[in-house]
Design a protein around this ligand. Structure first.
Ligand code: KIV
Length: 293
């Protein structure tokens, strides 16, 4: 390498070092515009495969293709400059073998410029997480409620509300941590279990529907903005943007119908020397040519 460049973004090791320290703040982002707004206030931006449902209207995350994740991931990287960008590996792109996972994770890192990938699964993904981290791919794990398993789980059910479920989930957390994940998302998990897991592993836990006992929190941006039709119980709506959009669109429709919009302030006039004298049907000469659009 001819020159070491200073990495200004938050990195995966920075997140790893926050275990037990200042609470980690994160949100999902799917496009450049919103990434730019959120970026200064979060430690990492997750390009979650939930974009399949939120942006593309799929019923679950299962149909999301890798190319779509790469397209949105690149947009979020372009729109941000401070936070770590983590991109989800979608269903079917990593489960088959560590080698396939590496090929696809390498594409994600190269083609988006992001700093880490996230994948779902605990003990069963240990070997893959080790394979990726040994080859330069920082991995965030995701355990508890894993939406890519919807067809096995039969629904989005909270995990760990029965004590007999705890051992398996605790083993998952230990497995991903031992395998080298730099952080782990705990989704849809009873508070008591989330607190136990957080106390048992040396990497940060990022909760979504898993209580304030985790080392950090994440929400889907559209859920916390009040844009989602039926947000889960664990979501707090910090704004009512769905209602605000509807009010704005109604006002726009009415203004257009009443010909109140566009008003004089939104209209392009003629050049100053042309203005009033130029009759609407005056021949267009070099001088009367309309400029600008
Ligand atoms: O896809 C996603 O948005 C996620 C979060 C729910 C953590 O994985």
């Amino acid at each position: 390498m001819s020159q070491h460049q200073v990495i200004k973004r938050v990195t995966a090791p920075d997140i790893r070092e926050r275990k037990g320290g200042e609470t980690i703040v994160s949100l999902t982002a799917y496009h450049a515009h919103t990434a730019r707004i959120i970026d200064p206030y979060v430690d990492f931006l997750l390009v979650g495969d939930s974009l399949g449902m939120v942006m593309h209207g799929y019923e679950s995350t299962v149909p999301v293709p890798l190319d779509l994740m790469i397209m949105h991931g690149a947009a979020v990287v372009r729109g941000s400059s401070h936070s770590l960008v983590v991109v989800d590996l979608p269903f079917g792109s990593y489960e088959e073998s560590p080698q396939l996972a590496f090929r696809n994770a390498a594409r994600v890192l190269k083609e988006t410029g992001c700093g880490a990938v996230k994948l779902e699964g605990g003990s069963r993904m240990g070997e893959t997480i080790r394979y990726l981290t040994d080859r330069g791919v920082p991995v965030m794990a995701h355990i508890g409620l894993t939406p890519q398993f919807i067809n096995i789980l039969g629904g989005f059910r909270t995990q760990g509300r029965k004590r007999e479920q705890w051992a398996a989930i605790e083993a998952d957390a230990k497995a991903v941590s031992d395998a080298g994940a730099f952080a782990v998302v705990l989704e849809g998990m009873a508070e008591l279990l989330a607190a136990r897991v957080t106390g048992q592993i040396p990497i940060p836990t990022i909760g979504i529907g898993a209580s304030a006992k985790c080392d950090g929190q994440i929400l889907v941006l559209e859920d916390m903005l009040g844009l989602s039709p039926k947000p889960p119980k664990f979501v707090k709506e910090f704004a009512q943007m769905g209602a605000a959009i509807e009010t704005a669109v109604k006002a726009y429709a009415q203004a257009v119908k009443l010909r109140e919009f566009p008003g004089p302030e939104h209209v392009y006039g003629m050049r100053r020397e042309q203005s009033v004298e130029a009759a609407p049907d005056a021949p267009v000469t070099k001088k009367t040519k309309i400029t600008g659009t």
